[in-house]
Design a protein around this ligand. Structure first.
Ligand SMILES: [Zn+2]
Length: 326
């Protein structure tokens, strides 16, 4: 699958840069506050195959290298088998499946036609942010506190990233409280190229498990787990990296699932403070549920944390390879 993704990125190299502007000529319509485009038009434009796998319910778009799976009235889609949450549901109109242009631009295109760094620019320094700390324990279970596990995972991840040749800085190296808003500025101070915040999930009563990676919600969209937040057109500093944020979140989610075999809770969107104020591409990883007994014991295990760190490292290496291509 990793090869598949890379090949899909190679395909992007074959497409002229003007392609997005041309695509802008495809007809659109407004619905529920979003601008929508017909997926059959879009697929035809790129000569992708377009097939209903369940009549008027489930749709598949594929090229030689990639596969996109959509479901009508659903925000969850699969991009080369990895779940991605859209900001607006796919809708059926006049017999055609339609997707919002906001999601095409911010969730689908960054993976299908990935951004590229300026020639000579490299991804070198990674800022790791171990979630919580000090007076803020985060989630807790009978075995421990989230702030302790995020620091242990951060130290393992630092080791593996350094082995892979990256320079690494941490927003905290001990059980210390660091204000959320000031964490991205630690990354900025050290001129970090990426910001990776580490967390473990928890839900009252249990029942949920799996891994998910958050990227900053684009302007005009609602967050995946919006709790009455609603859509806002406000642009935060982190929104200047929307494309890279999406590609990085996707790459880490894919590699993390491959390494750990965790359930796929998908690439999600949130306006977390650490993502809003990040000057560089940034994601927040929720690597498992402390409230799930099976995952709690994995989170406690140093060998499993090594596997999680390997997945995150692989995702970062893949991201680097793709954005540094010439
Ligand atoms: Zn947390």
């Amino acid at each position: 699958m990793r090869q598949l993704w890379f090949l899909c990125c190679c395909l992007a190299l074959l497409l002229p840069d003007a392609v997005h502007a041309q695509e802008g000529k495809l007809s659109t319509f407004a619905f529920n506050g979003f601008k929508y485009i017909q997926l059959d038009d879009w697929a035809k434009y790129y000569s992708f195959n377009h097939t209903w796998t369940r009549a008027s319910k489930e749709l598949q778009i594929s090229s030689k290298w990639s596969k996109l799976e959509f479901e009508i009235e659903n925000k969850r889609m699969l991009l080369n088998g990895t779940a991605v949450w859209l900001s607006a549901p796919v809708v059926l109109r006049d017999g055609s499946a339609c997707v919002s242009t906001l999601d095409l631009d911010n969730a689908i295109h960054p993976v299908m036609f990935p951004p590229r760094l300026k020639p000579g620019t490299k991804v070198k320094t990674i800022c790791i942010d171990p979630g919580h700390g000090g007076k803020d324990p985060g989630n807790q279970n009978s075995g421990g506190q989230e702030k302790g596990y995020t620091l242990l995972l951060a130290k393992e991840l630092k080791y593996q990233l350094e082995e892979a040749g990256f320079k690494v800085v941490l927003t905290r190296t001990s059980d210390k409280f660091v204000e959320l808003e000031s964490r991205p500025f630690v990354a900025q101070k050290f001129d970090a190229d990426l910001f990776i915040s580490l967390h473990f999930n928890g839900v009252a009563g249990g029942g949920a498990k799996g891994a998910e990676v958050f990227a900053l919600t684009p302007p005009g969209a609602s967050s995946t787990n919006a709790r009455g937040e609603g859509a806002t057109a406000v642009r935060f500093p982190g929104n200047k990296n929307d494309e890279q944020n999406s590609l990085l979140a996707y790459g880490i989610q894919r590699a993390l699932l491959k390494a750990t075999n965790a359930d796929d809770r998908g690439v999600r969107r949130a306006r977390f403070a650490v993502l809003r104020y990040s000057d560089m591409p940034a994601v927040l990883v929720e690597a498992g549920f402390m409230s799930d007994p099976g995952e709690a014991s994995k989170i406690r295990s140093s060998s499993h944390r090594r596997t999680m760190a390997k997945g995150i490292t692989d995702g970062i290496k893949e991201y680097k390879r793709i954005v540094e291509r010439q």
